[in-house]
Ligand binder design. Structure first.
Ligand code: XMP
Length: 541
């Protein structure tokens, strides 16, 4: 494994992702983690460390340091930005404080003359080529020129005296110490190789992993499945496990992994809240029970949910009602199952690595017993005495998708957009009724069908229809209509924290609108939402 120490840069987790994309296992751990902490963990075969960037200066009073034992472990270390400065500082070099100037943005590093001759330190640049823009205007062969690479800089302080044994490998116009290295595998970058603005950043990371740390590219879906299955078997033994399916990819993959590990000791549960999309409940049953042969209890609780939602307009109250009702149904059904088939001790959940990184405890070694009050599948009851099985705890979303495909989850499911726990209840603006839900279900189906047909579904983060309480006047045939206004929302996003409205083609928008007003009688006007998040949110409620 490659251990990434987190000094608080906003892109620290990207480093871990880049490493995993190279099929090498990596974990992001707090900066305070010691070598002893890591060595106490079984099965963690550490091949090297990365010290991330961060907002501090090594001279800040509270500046986070690095366990000296890590720096002296003899294992390769890559320091990025603050990580490089920290490494230099702690190993006896000197860091010059910025006097109000910060270098931020694109820069070009240039390898210093003669650096190639030292093969031990130069491995970090092996196999890299000048970027195409750089060679385009050159007459002489590019190979005779010093290597120059575009990078993304972001720093205030800079290293001005190297620790013993280090050399400067590259400079930028404004910074004479942009890359440093020591023959023992210690490397420092003053720029960020993990961001896409450093086009050959991944190649640099690969060089660190494979040429300097000697990693194997063995973190593959098959390997992850084998290891996870082994871990689940050990944790669960002969006990029974319950998994609530939401219809989304995370809970489905969690269930598949648990089923692969312990077979029919697992029971899945799907609660239809009445606020699902068209055909969703049927699809869960079809896929899990008939296609994947996993025991599934499907509960149609629509009436209960819609009863509780009657007359409710406030979005937060809708959420609360659905969350609470979900817990009640879940508890009742779990209790029934325990009576019928024997005690259920474990609950499987699809918690992902980003959630784990976010929660402060950061305890990646043990399975936390706290149930995250995250809104997916409603927060689950705190007083329930389940132990948790979280097979996706160490995985990023894209890894979960790869594993889902490997385990036979249908492709359509693997790539499905996220769908909020409260479902269509927060897409019917105002009071939720069965009738309005039915209108919205038909509208939503058309929107998604057309988007899929146009081949843009995968490019979008989410796309859906919203049923507004606005009625507008229209004309159909010889008559006037007074019917519903539907809004279409489609966004592109990386992390759902920010999003942009999708530039769907006018033709596609036209087809969606045409079908909506022609096929759904209750709709006579369609608008497209062109607000980004922020200031708007993705959902309308
Ligand atoms: P917003 O609307 O806040 O949505 O920009 C960001 C993401 O969160 C989803 N979302 C929810 N998911 N329960 C959920 O499980 C909720 O109450 C909820 N509200 C929003 C939304 O669909 C988007 O993916």
């Amino acid at each position: 494994a490659i251990i990434v120490l987190d000094y608080g840069s906003q892109v620290s987790r990207l480093i871990t992702r880049r490493i995993r994309e190279c099929h090498v296992y990596s974990e992001l751990v707090p900066a305070t983690t010691t070598l002893a902490d890591l060595q106490a963990r079984e099965h963690l075969d550490i091949k090297g460390f990365i010290l991330s960037g961060g907002p501090s200066s090594v001279y800040d009073e509270e500046a986070p340091g690095c366990d000296q034992a890590i720096l002296q472990s003899g294992l390769p270390i890559l320091g990025i930005c603050y990580g490089m400065q920290l490494m230099a500082h702690q190993l006896g070099g000197h860091v010059a404080m910025a006097h109000g100037t910060r270098e931020y943005g694109p820069a070009t590093i240039q390898v210093v003359e003669g650096a190639e001759s030292d093969r031990d330190t130069f491995r970090i640049f092996e196999g890299l080529h000048p970027s195409p823009e750089q060679t385009r205007h050159l007459d002489k062969p590019a190979s005779k020129d010093p290597l120059r690479l575009p990078v993304w800089m972001s720093h205030g302080d800079s290293v001005d005296r190297l620790p013993e044994g280090f050399k400067v490998l590259a400079t930028t116009e404004s910074n004479p110490v942009a890359v440093i290295a020591h023959p023992d595998g210690l490397v420092g970058f003053q720029f960020h190789p993990e961001v896409t603005h450093t086009p050959q950043g991944k190649e640099l990371i690969k060089n660190f992993l494979f040429r300097i740390c000697g990693c194997n590219a063995s973190w593959t879906p098959e390997q992850v499945i084998d290891e996870t299955v082994e871990r689940i078997r050990k944790q669960v033994g002969q006990e029974r496990v319950l998994c609530a399916l939401s219809g989304g990819v995370d809970s489905a993959v969690a269930a598949l992994l648990v089923h692969r590990a312990i077979g029919d000791q697992l029971t899945c549960m799907f609660v239809d809240t009445g606020c699902m999309r068209a055909g969703e409940g049927e699809q869960v049953v079809e896929t899990f029970r008939n296609h994947l042969h996993i025991p599934l209890v499907a509960i149609n609780a629509s009436e209960r949910f819609l009863g509780k939602l009657a007359g409710v307009v406030d979005p937060e109250r809708k959420r609360k009602i659905i969350g609470e009702e979900f817990i009640r149904v879940f508890e009742e059904e779990a209790a029934k199952l325990s009576v019928e088939q024997g005690q259920i001790s474990f609950l499987a959940q699809g918690t992902l690595y980003p959630d784990v990184i976010e929660s402060t405890s950061h305890d990646t070694a043990s399975t936390a017993t706290r149930i995250k009050t995250h809104h997916n599948v409603g927060g689950l009851p705190e007083e329930m005495t389940f132990q948790l099985v979280e097979p996706l705890r160490m995985l990023f979303k894209d890894e979960v998708r790869e594993i889902g495909l490997e385990l036979g989850l249908p492709e359509e499911w693997v790539w499905r957009h996220p769908f909020p726990g409260p479902g269509l209840a927060i897409r019917v603006i105002g009071e939720v009724t069965e009738e309005k839900l039915n209108i919205l279900r038909r509208a939503d189906t058309i929107v998604i069908e057309e988007i899929r047909r146009a081949g843009v579904y995968r490019e979008l983060g989410q796309a859906f229809a919203v049923l507004t309480p606005i009625q507008s006047v229209g004309v159909m045939g010889d008559g006037r209509t007074y019917a519903n206004l539907v809004a279409v929302r489609a966004v592109t996003t990386g992390d759902f924290m920010t999003a942009d409205w999708a530039r769907l083609s006018p033709e596609l928008l036209g087809r969606i609108s045409h079908r909506l007003v022609n096929e759904v009688q209750e709709i006579n006007r369609v608008v497209y939402d062109i607000t980004s998040k922020p200031p708007a949110t993705i959902e309308w409620e």
